[in-house]
Design a protein around this ligand. Sequence first.
Ligand code: NDP
Length: 398
Amino acid sequence: KKGILIIGAGGVSRVATVKCAMNIDTFEKITLASRTVSKCEDIAKDIKQRVGVDIETASIDADNVPELIKLIEKVNPKIVLNVALPYQDLTIMDACTKAGVDYVDTANYEHPDEAKFEYKEQWARDEQFKNANVMALLGSGFDPGVTGVFCAYAQQNLFDEIHYIDIMDCNAGDHGYAFATNFNPEINLREVSANGRYWEDGKWIETKPLEIRVDHDYPEVGVKPSYLLYHEELESLSKNIKGLKRIRFFMTFGDSYIAHMNCLKNVGMLGIEPVMHKGVEITPIEFLTTLLPDPASLGPRTVGKTNIGCIIEGLKDGVKKRVYIYNICDHQECYKETGAQAVSYTTGVPAMIGTKMLYKGIWKSKGVFNIEEFEAKPFMDELMTQGLPWKILELPVE
Ligand code: NDP
């Protein structure tokens, strides 16, 4: 086995594939496969010009396990990196165990008809991966992904006990449209319009959509309204960070974004059930996705920064301690380097780094794992040199 097979050819894939090409010394050979092969060919052409590396391309329907197995066996890679959509997680995982290769993804499984995401079905494949002698690394994007690595780093190096974690995700980018989503609109709008949820004292507490707001001061970005959302890393971190008392997730949204989203929700445009329109069945949120700007087209027009990080509080040597670990990313700099904006960049770079940890055998095991279950330092070192440098601030304890 040699090289990697990347599945999906959207914004995240573009960044991950460019970054893998920049690390060709590690990855040896790169094959990019997706539903629309022309998108793979565009990325391959761009990479040839930017980095001078040749990428092979292939067409694949990643909902089809036998087709996936055939492709994996033909390419014969060491690892499959799944940067298609969360709907394809289970089929690609099953194909990986059947073909005997490691698996990496950036988002947890979501059932196309249920608007609900959770790790249950991926974790349930632990035995299947163990029996096949391979491993799955789940959630190697930014959030989930780097946020889990920040928490693991804090647990392994900065604290004896961690009690509170707030994950703060700010995108202060401006694309100039009244309304657009900066990654797949269907996934994005489902996430934001759902009820919020956080974990405290062993229990999940549910909130109404966007019910809890804090005005948070993001270093180098400023004060931004931030709303409590449920986010998938809360499920794994609440299990894996021992002694935790509370974990929450906040994301920034501008007033215009929220006004548009509420209006679309009120008129039924976020619906996931098909409706009849002039004798044709359409699903409202899919139709809305067709109308909205393609997230990939936002790259050249987005300016500003993202700041994503974790505020972590706990005890060190019996004394209370609070730190803020974060990364700042500039949309235009990301676009210059990879042809994609910062939301794709902050996901695609860690997807490459996670894959590199497995490829080089730095993280090695059998079964299904979340990212915080491994030694964080080698991943943190890669972040520093691969375009996502981080900082640690000591905060006063309240
Ligand atoms: P895009 O919608 O831009 O790209 C998705 C790609 O997957 C497209 O190329 C699409 O093909 C392809 N695809 C979809 N269905 C299939 C299929 N059945 N078979 C083969 N290929 C398929 O999404 P993004 O690049 O924005 O996101 C990619 C992933 O990253 C998603 O899972 C998303 O949830 C995740 N993500 C994770 C983040 C994190 O921080 N962890 C943040 C942002 C995103 P086609 O071109 O034909 O439509």
